[in-house]
Design a protein. Structure first.
Length: 317
């Protein structure tokens, strides 16, 4: 099976209909629209549809009629469903309201679990919804003066009530890098926050005023102590935990550099290893690799030449 040309969470584009966000009548029109759908979220968990007769997992999109009061509503855009275009809102609910919508805990899924089950469109909606919900949760006050902020523009702006300052959802760029040496081995690291035997690509946030290519070289030097060159951008994928845009790169160990000098920084990265394809194929349960919906797994699969042999779920947070 050929490798998909885009990472898992970047394969579907939602019509976000940004022009409709500032319409003062948008909410009323949405509530009166018989095709309108709501994506409920509670505690950063998404509602999944009830599966019947072996049906594929889907988001639990519901009609707005009769729903309990929400703590937040945001316009996500429009999606094609059954030959029609439907407007979709994110609505965030507290514990009591969420239980009234769906009491079965298993139907409320964190993004890591949900994204691994959904199709491309469902993944795109889920990522957009969790990104917006997380941003609103983290920005109830103005960072300049400390005054409360209020929701405007259909959930895409928060406004300081004291200074009228507008705050917009932020995305933090982070580079994630598939580093290889002249023998085409891949460099993988084990993060201090993970359990033993779990390895992935090296990654880090882009600093203010820093070009992406420079961030790649700096992060690999900081975390692995090696120089890299031949930096090549591959693709990007959003990851809203909390607000990242993962920018996938390939890079090569610098000419004349010795792979053996690679050393973990001892803070973020506790172990580093160079892996050949044969090493990965023979590792079995001694090696846990990123799979499913991560851009790290997608980049690794492209290098490996097919599905990775390990399939151990990552933590659900």
């Amino acid at each position: 099976m050929p490798q998909p040309s885009l990472p898992p969470l970047a394969r579907a584009a939602i019509d976000r209909d940004a022009a409709a966000r500032a319409d003062p009548q948008r909410e009323a029109r949405f509530d009166a629209d018989a095709s309108a759908l709501v994506l409920p979220v509670h505690d950063r968990r998404l509602l999944l549809a009830e599966q019947r007769d072996g049906s594929a997992p889907e988001l639990g999109l519901v009609a707005p009629v009769g729903l309990p009061a929400e703590t937040l509503r945001c316009f996500l855009g429009r999606v094609e469903l059954g030959g029609r275009t439907a407007p979709v809102e994110l609505r965030v609910y507290d514990e009591a309201a969420a239980a009234a919508i769906e009491a079965e805990e298993a139907r409320w899924a964190q993004l890591r679990r949900a994204a691994g089950l959904l199709d491309d469109r469902g993944q795109a909606l889920a990522v957009e919804a969790i990104a917006l919900a997380s941003w609103h949760e983290a920005h109830p006050f103005c960072p300049r003066c400390g005054s409360p902020t209020e929701v405007t523009d259909s959930g895409w702006v928060r406004r300081c009530v004291a200074e009228e300052r507008q705050l917009f959802p932020r995305t933090d760029p982070a580079v994630i890098v598939l580093v290889t040496d002249d023998d085409d081995r891949v460099l993988l690291g084990s993060n201090a926050l993970w359990e033993q035997r779990r390895f992935s690509l090296l990654a880090g946030f882009v600093e203010p005023g820093e070009p992406l290519e420079h961030a790649v070289v700096r992060e690999i030097a900081e975390e692995a102590g090696i120089p890299v060159d031949r930096v090549e951008y591959v693709a990007s994928q959003p990851w809203p935990l909390p607000a990242s845009l993962m920018l996938g790169f390939r890079a090569r160990l610098a000419v004349d550099a010795d792979p053996a000098i690679a050393r973990p920084d001892g803070e973020e990265i506790l172990e580093l290893r160079w892996f050949s394809r044969e090493d990965i194929a023979s590792a079995g349960e001694e090696l846990y690799l990123p799979t499913g919906t991560s851009i790290a797994g997608w980049l690794l699969q492209d290098w490996y030449g097919g599905p990775l042999p390990t399939d151990v779920p990552w933590p659900s947070s």
